[in-house]
Ligand binder design. Sequence first.
Ligand SMILES: CC(C)(COP(=O)(O)OP(=O)(O)OC[C@H]1O[C@@H](n2cnc3c(N)ncnc32)[C@H](O)[C@@H]1OP(=O)(O)O)[C@@H](O)C(=O)NCCC(=O)NCCS
Length: 371
Amino acid sequence: MADKGLREVVAAETKISDIDGQQGALSYVGYDIADLAEHATFEEVVHLLHHLELPKANELRDLKRFLSSSRELHPFQIELMRTLAEQTSPMSMLRTSISASSAFDPDGWDESPEAQLRKAKRLVAQTGTLIATYHRLRTGQQIVRPDPSLNHAQDVLWMLHGTDPSDEDARVLDTTLVLYADHTMNASTFTARIVASTLADMFSAITAAIGTLKGPLHGGANEESMKSFEEVGKPANAEAYVRARLERHEKIFGFGHAVYKTYDPRARVLKDLARGSADRAGKLELYEIAEAIEETTFEQKGLYPNVDFYAAVVFHVLGVPTDLMTPMFAAARMAGWTAHVREQYADNRVIRPGSRYVGPEPRAWEPVERR
Ligand SMILES: CC(C)(COP(=O)(O)OP(=O)(O)OC[C@H]1O[C@@H](n2cnc3c(N)ncnc32)[C@H](O)[C@@H]1OP(=O)(O)O)[C@@H](O)C(=O)NCCC(=O)NCCS
């Protein structure tokens, strides 16, 4: 009988990413995450996760072209978005929009490996557009169409804000997307692989993954972290805030991890990015609040921040509204989810664990009047 959270169960072999929870190490296809964060673009990482090699110059050019020409939404997606923007929370919008996108994918019901790869790349391309379009509509602003001359991170900021992003902001988002792109057998990726293992289509697998990411114990933690910074208000309040939550046995969002028992290597990079970008934007106090929460949480509970904690500072400084932070996580993780779905299809067996029955012993049927 495996432990309740299946921690020690190895559910699949993968060539996509690897974690060492004791050392605090993460790599994509053999490349250390710190190296990728420093040097790679999101587009390069998308290629790496899907093809297991960094792209050559011509491959990168082709991928960028494919992504930029796929970012535009179908008119039906925009029509649907008008309703979703009025009625639906961001992660529910994303789950519904991605599910609906299956009706408009040019590859239709073609499930060949080549079609799956194109579907994967279209999902990666369009998630940012869906988020930006939703936000423009719900705030009563004109939709900003994608600009194919921009790289992926630049275009997401352009569509969201309708202004040219600075090179620094675009690079900060690009790095954040790289850091969020994959993370082995986390709950949403496992979900996607389970759905794929039944040979259901890519859109079904990704829709289920988005539903899983939504929870505050998974991707929802970046939004909860941002709310905690707002509640704390200034660095001097951080200690009392953390102590009070721990006394009430409440979680400090953005801390702890199922696998890392030391500093999350993504959080290390994001902490530097958060400090730099908050400073540039004149919002250093936000970073200082986060740092003060980190200090007390470590002192009191020995817990380290995870990816979502400083990502909340970074997203906020980039002008990403709090309730769009988890959707932005999804926009990045789309690269990893789709790579895992393709890996599952390529070497599949239906995932079907057992369970241990702890209910009543066998018993005789009772007619309704005698129960
Ligand atoms: C990520 C998370 C779900 C991992 O859970 P897990 O592997 O089951 O870890 P556990 O809950 O077994 O943690 C062990 C102990 O640390 C505590 N703990 C873990 N994370 C904590 C947190 N963020 N705040 C306060 N206490 C925490 C647990 O309550 C438990 O304490 P106990 O032994 O006194 O009961 C958990 O750390 C968490 O809920 N974090 C907050 C949400 C979050 O940031 N999620 C994003 C993950 S990337």
